[in-house]
Design a protein around this ligand. Structure first.
Ligand code: HEC
Ligand code: HEC
Length: 184
């Protein structure tokens, strides 16, 4: 009953559902978080960032959809982004993904190295505990959503333990996609 992600779930219901929807309820002012950071979720944001499921409701803009890249490249980029939470961006095992990221123009707006800012949200450690913690603490810094940000800075509103619990909760959401895919 008192696992971090369960405590995080209770906090989420209290502090986050005004704007975010999850499992069919909640607000429409921010990206939907069903399956957040799963491969399906990442693929969707690359194809249609402007959709109401992603940034459409928040009315933040700056990235076009990448349907034109075709299935194969979208798949490769999805795998690359998915790996960034557990691998360094320049890990030789991810070489082809990194090259595609650069040749498709993604690096013009997204940094892959901590401390660098290319304008768009940083993807250094994308989806890792550090990335999520930084985002919840201060989504309005230049490294994240910058001047377009409309989400409160929870680093100034919640104690660090609560932020940790919310991060655990967010990290568990991709599992729900896996369960759906298995029909259970
Ligand atoms: C012209 C700048 C620009 C380019 C080029 C660009 N993006 Fe983005 N990207 C953004 C911005 C700005 C956002 C924030 C959402 C928005 O404004 O639509 C974003 C959001 C994202 C997100 C979601 C980040 C989050 O907060 O969860 C991912 C993942 C992403 N981009 C990957 C890519 C990839 C992969 C490419 C190349 C195929 C790419 N972007 C190209 C500007 C860009
Ligand atoms: C007042 C509305 C609002 C509240 C409350 C809010 N958010 Fe957000 N959130 C947003 C918006 C809008 C965005 C899109 C980026 C932006 O505009 O800053 C966002 C982005 C996010 C993202 C990134 C999604 C992506 O594209 O990668 C996550 C994760 C997130 N919020 C989690 C939370 C959690 C957890 C809470 C509660 C502790 C919360 N939010 C509370 C409005 C809100």
């Amino acid at each position: 009953m008192n696992q971090p992600d369960e405590r995080g779930g209770r906090l989420f219901a209290r502090a986050c559902t005004e704007c975010h929807s999850l499992r069919g309820s909640g607000g429409q002012k921010a990206p939907k978080l069903d399956g957040f950071l799963s491969r399906r979720w990442i693929r969707g944001i690359l194809l249609h960032p402007e959709s109401a499921d992603y940034y459409g409701n928040a009315k933040i803009s700056g990235m076009e959809g990448y349907e034109k890249l075709g299935e194969q490249k979208i798949g490769q980029l999805t795998d690359y982004l998915y790996a960034l939470r557990s691998h360094a961006a320049d890990d030789p095992a991810l070489e082809s993904g990194r090259r595609l990221f650069v040749s498709a123009g993604c690096a013009e707006c997204h940094a892959l190295v901590k401390g660098k800012d290319n304008g768009g949200p940083t993807l250094a450690g994308y989806g890792s505990t550090a990335w999520l913690t930084g985002m919840l603490r201060d989504p309005g810094t230049p490294a994240y959503y910058d001047v377009q940000n409309k989400m409160p800075d929870f680093g100034n509103r919640l104690p660090p333990e609560d932020i940790n619990d919310l991060v655990s909760f967010l990290k568990a959401l991709e599992q729900e996609d896996a369960e759906l895919a298995q029909g259970g």
